[in-house]
Design a protein around this ligand. Sequence first.
Ligand code: GDP
Ligand code: ZN
Length: 352
Amino acid sequence: MQKNNLSTYGFDEYCKAAKINTQGTFARILSVNKTNYKIISDNGIQTAELIGQLLYTLSPSELPQTGDWVEIIEYDQNSIISKVLPRTSVISRKSSGKTSDIQILAANVDAAIIIQGLDQDFNINRIERMSVALTDAGVETIVVLNKIDLDENWPDKVNQVQNRMPNCTVIAITAINNSVEKSFNNILIPKHTYVLMGSSGVGKSTLVNNLLEAKQQPTQEVSTAVGKGKHTTTNREMFILPNGSIIIDSPGVREFALSTENIESVDSTFDNIHELSANCKFKNCTHTSESECAVLNALNNGTLSQNEYANYLKLRNEAIFFQQTTQDRKRKGKHLAKLIKDMKDKNMKGSY
Ligand code: GDP
Ligand code: ZN
């Protein structure tokens, strides 16, 4: 590996965005396997572990994740991670189960590429759902509709998405086509970090393979990342495209659910509703029962689709629910702490 790995993986851009000084030895997290990390530093790819102090003091969401920049103490093959640098963005989701805990999936991402296959996977509400969480995370959304060779109505679907999300980049492609990289010419920016999102079978691997083979032979590490045998993809989750942009394709990130407690993110993702709401009579209009609500008016006269409105309400209710469960949990935590204290006090008295 050359000596400028950090720059290749976007360190200069990161430092500018995060406004940090760079004194020390740094690396980027390529992938995580429990407490083992695969990192890239100027000395190449290595494994690393957390310094004990971090292992015991960081909360789960503060632990390094794919895309994080870290400070390291370099040893031969196995380095020690001594600090996680501030994140410019995080992609997260609710942990499975009933709690509303947050699980970090990737850090320091500029944009997400949401891929759907037009053969069977097209679902505009799902795109919107992902985009809400991305907006909340400060990550841009790029929508890619794939397999247009299998759907003659593809221009209609592009229009549908573009109408629903006027501020997103939407492109339609055939990932199996060798010249697919042309569709991304003005979209993927060198040194910016992108994550791929989309269900299994939509064509993510096909797309990445074609993008990687576009202009040059991939390096050894890269070819093991997306080589012919799919089983080899698990270890390398981050790679560099010929144009210099950085792609994260991690099984954990591919599908993720809404984990926002930020109702504003829902509002600002639904561009059409957001625009309409400026004309509602009440500033805090909920667009459900108020008089002179511009959103309800648009719904009644058909300029706003039922489907878009229903999805808006659904995601907004989820955000409200999530906000409540988080508050509820904090309240219960305080209650429990008081209970334990009371019990201790009682025991203390009893022992005299
Ligand atoms: P992944 O699970 O998202 O990585 O999907 P794959 O890249 O493995 O693709 C799933 C299947 O869809 C494979 O059989 C691909 O050959 C096929 N496929 C991918 N892109 C296209 C496309 O643009 N058109 C057609 N017809 N098939 C495609
Ligand atoms: Zn309204």
